[in-house]
Structure formats: C-alpha cells, structure tokens
Design a protein around this ligand. Structure first.
Ligand code: ATP
Length: 265
C-alpha cells in the first residue's frame, strides 16, 4: 500500500460500486460488463491500451453518457441516470483528457465559476436565482484563492487560462474540480503534457490532495511508473473488459496485462 497517513483499516468502506456496467456505441462494446468496488480514500488507477474504454468509464461515472446496462452506486445509491451537474453536486468531480477550461477567463475566474455553481446548487438563495450575499461572495473568493495557492498558481490569478502551459492548465483544472468540494476526484491523464520534473512531483501532489481533502481519487494514466508508484489498486481494461484488478505488484506481473499493455520491458 502506498499511503503515508491513511492506514489499511481506514480504507475499506465502499464509496463507488460499478456493477456489470456495459456501454455500447452501435455495434461496439466500449465498456463490457465491468464490475469493481472503490473504497473510501483509495487512489485507484485505470489503465489499458488506447481505446480500451477508460474515458468511456469516466464519462459513465460522471453522467456525460448513460449505461446501456448495469449500475453505478455512490454510497449505495444508484446514480447512473443522473445528469453531470447532479453528479457533480453529489460530490464526484473530474478533470478532462482534453482540458476544458474557459480559455479567455483568468485562473481565478475559472475556479470561482465552479465555486459559485456549488453555492447556487446548494443554497436557498442560489436555488431561487438570487445573488450570493457579500459575505458568501468574499468566502467564495477566499476559497478560490486558497485552491489556486494549493496547486501552485497563487501568483498568477489574473492570467488568462489560455496562456498557461499544459501542466499549469492541468493544475488549474484540478483547482476547479476541487472548488466543488468533491468526495471523489476523477483525473483523466493528469500527467499528459507535463515535463519530467512536473511528472515526478505529481505523485506527491496527488497523495497530498487525498490526505488534505480526504478524497477518493480515480485516475486514468498512461505513464506506467507514476501509476505503479502512486495507486493503491489498479484496474486494467482491454477492449472494454476488466482483465485485471489489484495492487500494483500483482497487476504488473499479470500475464494478460503484460501481453495487452505493459509488454516485457
Ligand atoms: N461517443 C462515441 N461514439 C462512438 N464510439 C465511441 C464514443 N466514445 C468512445 N467510443 C469508442 O469506444 C472505445 C473506447 O474509447 P475510450 O475513449 O473510452 O478509450 P480509452 O481507453 O479512454 O482510450 P485512450 O487511452 O486512447 O484515451 C473506442 O473504440 C472509441 O472509439
């Protein structure tokens, strides 16, 4: 196990269950009868070759698409038919493989929009479309500033998102997802576009996020050393099917995984 501040006994309560989940696109079965359970505070990796169904699984978990069959349970309740904003307000936040920031808005504005959405969906005033009280406004700004500081962008609040490097845009997306105060954070290829130095720091950063916010983290990642060093457990997909699930050392030596994805190196 790869956690410093969480003990094995603290891991264990199911937070997200994937039950016989299938998604078809016409004749193609992108996710094929996949089942597994993710426990609270786990860092859970999803790996597999291109086109294996990883992003489709993320899109199912966040309501961007609905399952053809099967169930998704969050704290035991089926959420597979909910819309993305409903799932976000339940406490499941995400970043995207192809970064989706508001390019023309500043870093601060990008985070504040997410923060304000959370307030709108969770407060009486928000529900009735009233503007937030000045104190809430101030609190919201303060929280956004803290998150930007946390991801290392505290000095660049007013810069437009489009002017950030790839790695910094990924960090900004994480700050934006955290503004929704999720319990589960889904990261779609967080290391993509990062330089070797940034990649090295990413493991520590993700583990710190889990510890600080008591998060459960699910990540898709092609950078195998990062996944193996960071994740508590790893699920391997191939042609939509779950071919292996377990701790990194177990997955690494699984023959089917070596053949489908890792190779013999
Ligand atoms: N909206 C869609 N319509 C039709 N086919 C789709 C759609 N989304 C995904 N697919 C197909 O489903 C399969 C799984 O795709 P998916 O993007 O989930 O794979 P992936 O494991 O995330 O791949 P990568 O590592 O390249 O991102 C692929 O064959 C893809 O072409």
């Amino acid at each position: 196990m790869n956690q410093e501040s969480f003990t094995t006994s603290q891991l264990g309560l199911p937070i997200l269950e994937v039950k016989n989940l299938t998604r078809r696109f016409g004749g193609l079965v992108a996710v094929n009868d996949v089942s597994f359970t993710i426990t609270q505070f786990e860092i859970f990796g999803l790996i597999g070759p291109n086109g294996a169904g990883k992003t489709t699984l993320f899109n199912l978990m966040t309501g961007f698409i609905t399952p053809s069959s099967g169930q998704l349970l969050y704290h035991g309740a089926d959420f597979s038919q909910l819309h993305p904003h409903q799932i976000a307000s339940l406490g499941i936040g995400r970043t995207f493989q192809n970064i989706r920031l508001f390019a023309e808005l500043s870093a601060l504005e990008n985070v504040r929009i997410a923060r304000d959405c959370r307030i709108k969906t969770n407060t009486f005033k928000g529900i009735f479309g009233l503007p937030p009280a000045p104190r809430e406004e101030q609190k919201s700004k303060q929280k956004a500033l803290e998150l930007l500081e946390l991801v290392g962008l505290g000095e660049r609040l007013d810069e437009k998102a489009k002017n950030f490097s790839y790695g910094d845009q990924r960090r900004l997306e994480i700050a934006r997802a955290l503004a929704l105060e999720p319990q589960i954070l889904l990261l779609d290829e967080p290391a993509a576009g990062m330089n070797p130095n940034e990649k090295q720091q990413l493991s520590k950063f993700i583990r710190n996020l889990r510890d600080k916010f008591h998060l459960t983290i699910i990540l898709i990642e092609h950078h195998v050393p990062l996944v193996m060093g960071l994740c508590d457990r790893i699920a391997v997909l191939d042609f939509g099917q779950l071919i292996a699930l377990g701790e990194p050392s177990v997955v690494r030596s699984n023959q089917a995984v070596i053949e489908a994805y890792l190779g013999n190196d």
